[in-house]
Design a protein around this ligand. Sequence first.
Ligand code: FES
Length: 276
Amino acid sequence: MHKVVERTRIVPNIHLLRLEAPDVVRRVAPGNFVIVKIDEVAERIPLSVADWDRETGIVSIVFMTVGASTHRLAKLEAGDEIEACVGPLGRSQEIGKFGTVAIAMGCYGIGAVLPVARAMKEAGNRVIAIMEARAKELVYWDDRYREFADRLFVTTFGDSGPEAGRVSDVIDRLIAEGEQIDRVVAMGCMFMMKKTAEITRPHKLKTIVSLNPVMIDGTGMCGVCRCTVGGETRFACVDGPDFDGHEVDWEELTFRKRSYLDEEIRALSEWECRTY
Ligand code: FES
């Protein structure tokens, strides 16, 4: 069992969950994820690791409320216990001295990509942090990025005004202005990562995306997370979650991600009927 140390709502649909998970913390690295399970019969939820404390053994996770399971997670309180927090899973992000690294992020990815962004800075890169949200009220942790990022851009695609737009619009503009970017790392919703990869493709600008397909076991056994990258079948849980965004078959990934949409909607409405 894993004790919940904190569960806080950061913005209306994004929560921070801090758990005692010393076995995870011992080996975790930027880009890893965990699978959490609230109780014996609960769904397994793959979630990126947003931070950790090697001394206390506490792992931090930032998640977005989407379906019944994440809404259940959002009801946890400090002192509660959950059945499992398994990990670290997946390959860690490739950290190196690339030059200038643009970190593209949105929704849960703003929290989840923070360890990668910090590690890129510590490796000697110039870091440009670019975050998007639907509205100003959904922007969070910009202060954390301001502490170390060389440039920070915040865009809101549901608003109008000078800061309206998406991450991909900012990258497009920076390239047009002559900004030298050597690598892009994108984490967040699939649409944002796909758009980012589309913008950088003509410039042959290496773009690493952190895929978040449906997963079950997280160990390469079930095949549910399979995706096509560079024409080959890859399992996001063990071969990824990071892949070259220019090689991902986004159409297939989007189709597979939506396969259980009806069941997810039904599960959420049943959960809401039971809860409210
Ligand atoms: S989640 Fe089962 S193979 Fe990846």
